[in-house]
Design a protein around this ligand. Structure first.
Ligand SMILES: C[C@@H](C(=O)O)C(=O)SCCNC(=O)CCNC(=O)[C@H](O)C(C)(C)COP(=O)(O)OP(=O)(O)OC[C@H]1O[C@@H](n2cnc3c(N)ncnc32)[C@H](O)[C@@H]1OP(=O)(O)O
Length: 352
């Protein structure tokens, strides 16, 4: 919120109000280096021009807000045209309470997203599905974010949907609504401009297995297992796990994992290219430390460059070639000649 934008809200502020507000904002906003004289000049200048200045600023503010809403819409797979009424679905899901989804955002730009329902092996209740979407919205707005670790409380990942809730929403409409809600949510997770890792400890079953496929990478602890148990539930994946699994391991291996409901242990996951590394410790705290260290090798560097790197890869993964190339050009334009680029040109790093 810049000084001017803030003042726009005070439609007909008295001069003392302007004076007080400017003082407060100058106090809290170290960007403004300002002496008293220039401060008075500024506020008089602003006061005399408030009509002319207010209008473009107000329009600018409205434009930014509109762009943010449209961006949110673009990120979503389903909307009203698909019969997707998000607020109604959230209301329905919130009837099934329990557990939580916690997010901590660390100074080094790595976020830790915790699936927290250990009593039920971190099974997703309805409220956890809604909270997952809320945390992802937070992450979309975290401009300093570079990386994300998703893991489960109680040394296990996630055993899918809470079967108590599943029983209550087993009718077609509710099932399809939950399916679209979770596909929207996991697609937004997948498209975050942060490098994401699923830290798999214990069991990742059903929807939990699908959640691992929405992360860029998977790291597994000794003895952990990922299992697409949907066939035993008379189901196929519904949270987008099948489509993403095919992209990760190929259609042949994906069909075997889904139709064979195979237990994917760390060795098998490495062989399939489904996991990046088997961690040395299955202790919850040590495994998280190892995951942080693993991820840091990729998030080291300027936040603008790390985020741009994920965006160009997302474009390459999801778009037809020519669209991907054009998107890459646009993203290239955001870093070429930027602070990190200019600083590197001065430093002339040797890539030994
Ligand atoms: C995609 C989505 C969909 O809707 O399509 C789905 O994910 S369908 C859901 C797919 N997931 C599943 O079918 C997994 C079902 N759960 C299991 O197979 C098992 O719990 C394991 C995950 C293998 C863990 O077995 P283990 O013997 O280690 O623990 P446990 O079975 O005693 O589980 C500990 C407690 O967690 C509960 N629990 C475990 N998974 C649960 C789930 N998905 N929903 C509700 N409760 C669950 C158990 O009932 C038990 O509670 P009590 O002590 O009170 O009995």
């Amino acid at each position: 919120m810049t000084l001017q934008n803030c003042l726009v809200f005070l439609h007909i502020p008295s001069y003392p109000t302007v004076w007080l507000l400017c003082k407060l904002l100058l106090h809290f906003n170290e960007d403004y280096t300002c002496t008293n004289e220039s401060f008075f000049e500024f506020s008089l200048e602003w006061y005399s021009q408030r009509q002319e200045m207010a209008l473009p600023l107000w329009k600018n503010l409205l434009q930014t807000t509109k762009e943010r809403i449209l961006q949110q819409r673009r990120l979503s797979l389903y909307n009203g045209a698909h019969g997707y009424e998000e607020e109604l679905i959230k209301k329905k899901l919130q009837q099934f309470a329990g557990g939580s989804i916690n997010l901590s955002k660390e100074d080094n730009g790595i976020g830790i997203l915790t699936l927290n329902n250990p009593k039920l092996m971190n099974a997703f209740t309805g409220t956890m599905m809604v909270e997952l979407q809320e945390r992802i919205t937070e992450l979309e707005n975290w401009k300093d974010g570079k990386g994300l670790i998703v893991y489960g409380a109680g040394n296990t990942f996630c055993s899918g949907s809470d079967l108590n809730a599943v029983k209550e929403i087993s009718n077609s409409q509710d099932g399809m609504d939950m399916c679209m809600f979770m596909q929207n949510t996991l697609t937004r997770l997948m498209r975050l401009p942060l490098i994401s890792v699923a830290l798999v400890q214990g069991k990742a079953f059903g929807g939990g297995a699908e959640l691992t496929t929405a992360c860029d990478f998977r790291l597994m602890t000794p003895g952990s297992e990922i299992r697409f148990v949907h066939k035993h539930m008379g189901l196929v994946p519904g949270w987008g796990g099948a489509a993403r699994l095919v992209q990760i391991v190929g259609s042949g291996a994906a069909l075997q994992l889904l139709s064979g409901t195979a237990r994917v242990d760390p060795e098998k996951a490495l062989r399939l290219g489904f996991s990046e590394q088997t961690l040395s410790s299955s202790d919850e705290t040590r495994a998280l430390e190892e995951a942080r260290a693993w991820l840091s090798q990729y998030t080291e560097g300027p936040v603008s460059v790390i985020r741009a790197m994920k965006k160009v890869v997302t474009a390459g993964r999801e778009l037809p070639l020519e669209d991907a190339l054009r998107t890459e050009k646009d993203i290239f334009g955001t870093v070429w000649g930027g602070p990190a680029n200019l600083e590197a040109l001065v430093r002339r790093p040797k890539h030994k």
